[in-house]
Design a protein around this ligand. Structure first.
Ligand code: HEC
Length: 191
Protein backbone atom coordinates (compact mmCIF):
# COMPACT_ATOMS: atom_id res chain seq x y z
CA UNK A 1 0.00 0.00 0.00
CA UNK A 2 2.78 2.37 1.01
CA UNK A 3 4.65 1.54 -2.20
CA UNK A 4 1.63 2.29 -4.36
CA UNK A 5 1.11 5.60 -2.60
CA UNK A 6 4.77 6.56 -3.06
CA UNK A 7 4.62 5.61 -6.73
CA UNK A 8 1.53 7.73 -7.17
CA UNK A 9 3.16 10.72 -5.47
CA UNK A 10 6.23 10.44 -7.71
CA UNK A 11 4.03 10.26 -10.81
CA UNK A 12 2.04 13.30 -9.75
CA UNK A 13 5.05 15.43 -8.91
CA UNK A 14 6.82 14.49 -12.16
CA UNK A 15 3.64 15.23 -14.01
CA UNK A 16 3.59 18.77 -12.71
CA UNK A 17 7.30 19.46 -13.07
CA UNK A 18 7.44 18.05 -16.58
CA UNK A 19 4.31 19.68 -17.94
CA UNK A 20 4.87 21.30 -21.32
CA UNK A 21 3.83 24.88 -21.88
CA UNK A 22 3.31 26.82 -25.10
CA UNK A 23 2.85 30.40 -26.18
CA UNK A 24 1.58 31.97 -29.40
CA UNK A 25 4.02 34.88 -29.39
CA UNK A 26 7.78 35.36 -29.43
CA UNK A 27 9.18 35.32 -25.88
CA UNK A 28 12.27 37.34 -24.94
CA UNK A 29 14.87 35.28 -23.08
CA UNK A 30 17.39 36.43 -20.47
CA UNK A 31 20.44 34.58 -19.08
CA UNK A 32 19.82 35.94 -15.54
CA UNK A 33 16.64 36.82 -13.71
CA UNK A 34 17.33 40.53 -13.37
CA UNK A 35 18.85 41.16 -16.80
CA UNK A 36 17.03 43.80 -18.79
CA UNK A 37 18.69 43.07 -22.10
CA UNK A 38 17.38 39.94 -23.83
CA UNK A 39 19.96 37.51 -25.21
CA UNK A 40 17.56 35.46 -27.30
CA UNK A 41 14.01 34.63 -28.30
CA UNK A 42 11.79 31.58 -27.99
CA UNK A 43 9.57 31.17 -31.05
CA UNK A 44 5.82 30.45 -30.85
CA UNK A 45 4.25 26.95 -30.74
CA UNK A 46 7.36 25.27 -29.29
CA UNK A 47 7.30 23.35 -25.98
CA UNK A 48 9.04 24.45 -22.79
CA UNK A 49 8.85 23.68 -19.09
CA UNK A 50 8.68 26.03 -16.14
CA UNK A 51 11.44 25.17 -13.69
CA UNK A 52 10.52 27.87 -11.17
CA UNK A 53 8.66 31.12 -10.74
CA UNK A 54 10.00 34.19 -8.96
CA UNK A 55 7.72 37.22 -8.89
CA UNK A 56 6.81 38.01 -12.48
CA UNK A 57 9.80 36.05 -13.80
CA UNK A 58 9.93 32.38 -14.79
CA UNK A 59 12.91 30.12 -15.34
CA UNK A 60 12.24 28.08 -18.49
CA UNK A 61 13.79 24.80 -19.50
CA UNK A 62 13.88 24.42 -23.26
CA UNK A 63 15.04 21.26 -25.02
CA UNK A 64 16.22 21.04 -28.58
CA UNK A 65 19.03 20.24 -30.96
CA UNK A 66 22.14 22.28 -31.62
CA UNK A 67 24.46 22.34 -34.59
CA UNK A 68 27.89 22.39 -32.85
CA UNK A 69 29.14 24.72 -35.61
CA UNK A 70 26.47 27.33 -34.75
CA UNK A 71 25.56 26.82 -31.09
CA UNK A 72 23.43 29.95 -30.76
CA UNK A 73 20.32 28.30 -32.25
CA UNK A 74 18.21 25.52 -30.74
CA UNK A 75 16.22 23.50 -33.30
CA UNK A 76 13.16 21.27 -32.88
CA UNK A 77 14.79 18.13 -34.27
CA UNK A 78 18.24 16.89 -35.24
CA UNK A 79 18.27 17.80 -38.96
CA UNK A 80 15.63 20.40 -39.92
CA UNK A 81 16.06 24.15 -39.48
CA UNK A 82 12.90 24.62 -37.44
CA UNK A 83 14.01 27.15 -34.85
CA UNK A 84 12.85 26.72 -31.25
CA UNK A 85 15.02 29.45 -29.75
CA UNK A 86 17.68 31.72 -31.22
CA UNK A 87 20.33 33.75 -29.41
CA UNK A 88 22.72 36.51 -30.35
CA UNK A 89 25.97 35.01 -31.62
CA UNK A 90 27.97 36.65 -28.84
CA UNK A 91 25.64 35.39 -26.08
CA UNK A 92 25.00 31.70 -26.86
CA UNK A 93 23.12 29.90 -24.07
CA UNK A 94 24.84 27.49 -21.71
CA UNK A 95 24.07 23.97 -22.97
CA UNK A 96 23.03 21.40 -20.37
CA UNK A 97 22.67 17.60 -20.59
CA UNK A 98 24.30 17.47 -24.03
CA UNK A 99 23.92 14.19 -25.93
CA UNK A 100 26.16 14.10 -28.97
CA UNK A 101 24.40 13.46 -32.29
CA UNK A 102 25.51 10.52 -34.44
CA UNK A 103 26.44 10.63 -38.16
CA UNK A 104 26.46 14.40 -38.45
CA UNK A 105 23.07 14.85 -36.73
CA UNK A 106 22.89 17.74 -34.29
CA UNK A 107 23.46 17.38 -30.54
CA UNK A 108 20.51 17.19 -28.16
CA UNK A 109 20.69 19.73 -25.34
CA UNK A 110 18.66 21.62 -22.75
CA UNK A 111 18.95 25.25 -21.80
CA UNK A 112 17.62 27.18 -18.81
CA UNK A 113 16.77 30.82 -19.36
CA UNK A 114 14.60 33.48 -17.74
CA UNK A 115 11.49 35.09 -19.20
CA UNK A 116 8.60 37.22 -18.04
CA UNK A 117 5.49 35.34 -16.96
CA UNK A 118 2.65 35.32 -19.49
CA UNK A 119 -0.53 33.43 -20.27
CA UNK A 120 1.15 30.19 -21.32
CA UNK A 121 -1.10 27.30 -22.33
CA UNK A 122 -0.85 23.51 -22.14
CA UNK A 123 -0.94 22.64 -25.81
CA UNK A 124 -0.34 24.31 -29.14
CA UNK A 125 -3.39 23.10 -31.07
CA UNK A 126 -5.39 26.31 -30.81
CA UNK A 127 -2.47 28.54 -31.78
CA UNK A 128 -1.65 26.33 -34.76
CA UNK A 129 -5.29 26.58 -35.85
CA UNK A 130 -5.06 30.36 -35.52
CA UNK A 131 -1.88 30.34 -37.63
CA UNK A 132 -3.62 28.30 -40.32
CA UNK A 133 -6.44 30.82 -40.41
CA UNK A 134 -4.02 33.76 -40.73
CA UNK A 135 -2.18 31.89 -43.48
CA UNK A 136 -5.33 31.04 -45.45
CA UNK A 137 -6.78 34.53 -45.13
CA UNK A 138 -3.63 36.35 -46.20
CA UNK A 139 -1.75 34.04 -48.53
CA UNK A 140 -4.76 33.00 -50.57
CA UNK A 141 -5.80 36.43 -51.83
CA UNK A 142 -3.87 36.83 -55.10
CA UNK A 143 -3.43 33.11 -55.84
CA UNK A 144 -4.86 30.07 -54.10
CA UNK A 145 -2.91 29.47 -50.92
CA UNK A 146 -0.05 27.10 -51.61
CA UNK A 147 -0.45 23.76 -49.78
CA UNK A 148 1.55 23.50 -46.58
CA UNK A 149 3.12 20.28 -47.90
CA UNK A 150 4.26 21.85 -51.17
CA UNK A 151 7.54 22.92 -49.55
CA UNK A 152 10.06 21.40 -47.15
CA UNK A 153 10.55 22.63 -43.59
CA UNK A 154 13.80 24.29 -44.66
CA UNK A 155 12.20 26.01 -47.68
CA UNK A 156 9.22 27.56 -45.90
CA UNK A 157 10.87 30.48 -44.04
CA UNK A 158 12.41 32.00 -47.20
CA UNK A 159 9.30 31.26 -49.28
CA UNK A 160 7.07 32.89 -46.69
CA UNK A 161 9.38 35.86 -46.15
CA UNK A 162 9.61 36.58 -49.88
CA UNK A 163 5.82 37.10 -49.94
CA UNK A 164 4.90 38.35 -46.48
CA UNK A 165 5.34 42.04 -47.32
CA UNK A 166 2.49 41.70 -49.81
CA UNK A 167 0.17 40.75 -46.93
CA UNK A 168 -1.31 42.43 -43.88
CA UNK A 169 0.06 39.79 -41.50
CA UNK A 170 1.16 41.54 -38.30
CA UNK A 171 4.86 41.48 -37.42
CA UNK A 172 4.06 39.65 -34.20
CA UNK A 173 2.23 36.82 -36.03
CA UNK A 174 4.91 36.13 -38.63
CA UNK A 175 6.89 33.59 -36.63
CA UNK A 176 3.66 31.91 -35.58
CA UNK A 177 2.74 31.32 -39.23
CA UNK A 178 6.27 30.23 -40.21
CA UNK A 179 6.32 27.67 -37.39
CA UNK A 180 2.89 26.42 -38.48
CA UNK A 181 4.05 26.03 -42.09
CA UNK A 182 7.26 24.24 -41.08
CA UNK A 183 5.35 21.87 -38.78
CA UNK A 184 3.10 20.94 -41.73
CA UNK A 185 5.82 20.84 -44.38
CA UNK A 186 6.14 17.86 -46.71
CA UNK A 187 9.18 16.46 -44.92
CA UNK A 188 8.33 17.48 -41.33
CA UNK A 189 9.69 14.72 -39.14
CA UNK A 190 8.42 15.85 -35.76
CA UNK A 191 10.47 16.46 -32.65
C1 HEC B 1 -0.66 40.81 -53.24
C2 HEC B 1 -0.77 39.53 -53.90
C3 HEC B 1 -0.08 38.33 -53.22
C4 HEC B 1 -0.17 37.93 -51.95
C5 HEC B 1 -0.98 38.55 -50.82
C6 HEC B 1 0.66 36.74 -51.83
N1 HEC B 1 1.20 36.43 -53.01
FE1 HEC B 1 2.34 34.82 -53.45
N2 HEC B 1 2.53 35.43 -55.35
C7 HEC B 1 1.97 36.58 -55.88
C8 HEC B 1 2.42 36.73 -57.27
C9 HEC B 1 2.02 37.87 -58.21
C10 HEC B 1 3.26 35.64 -57.57
C11 HEC B 1 4.01 35.36 -58.85
C12 HEC B 1 5.52 35.53 -58.69
C13 HEC B 1 5.96 36.88 -58.17
O1 HEC B 1 5.34 37.92 -58.47
O2 HEC B 1 6.91 36.91 -57.36
C14 HEC B 1 3.28 34.84 -56.34
C15 HEC B 1 3.98 33.65 -56.21
C16 HEC B 1 4.00 32.87 -55.07
C17 HEC B 1 4.68 31.60 -54.97
C18 HEC B 1 5.41 30.90 -56.07
C19 HEC B 1 6.82 31.40 -56.09
C20 HEC B 1 7.70 30.55 -56.93
O3 HEC B 1 8.85 30.94 -57.06
O4 HEC B 1 7.24 29.53 -57.45
C21 HEC B 1 4.51 31.16 -53.71
C22 HEC B 1 5.03 29.88 -53.09
C23 HEC B 1 3.76 32.17 -52.99
N3 HEC B 1 3.44 33.19 -53.87
C24 HEC B 1 3.42 32.09 -51.66
C25 HEC B 1 2.75 33.09 -50.98
C26 HEC B 1 2.62 33.13 -49.55
C27 HEC B 1 3.15 32.08 -48.59
C28 HEC B 1 1.91 34.26 -49.26
C29 HEC B 1 1.54 34.78 -47.90
C30 HEC B 1 2.66 35.15 -47.03
C31 HEC B 1 1.61 34.92 -50.52
N4 HEC B 1 2.16 34.20 -51.52
C32 HEC B 1 0.89 36.07 -50.63
C33 HEC B 1 1.14 37.43 -55.24
C34 HEC B 1 0.79 37.39 -53.90
Amino acid sequence: MKKIFLGLMICISFGIAGEMQYYDKVISLYPNKNDNKASGRLLPTNPFEIVKTDGDKVLLKISGFVNPKAPSVLYLNDTQRIIVAAFAKNTPPKLLNVIQGKNGKWDKADIEVWATKAEFVKDNKMMLAKAKEIYMQNCGICHTAHKENEFSANQWPATFNSMVNRTAIDKEDRWLVIEYLQKNAKDYKGQ
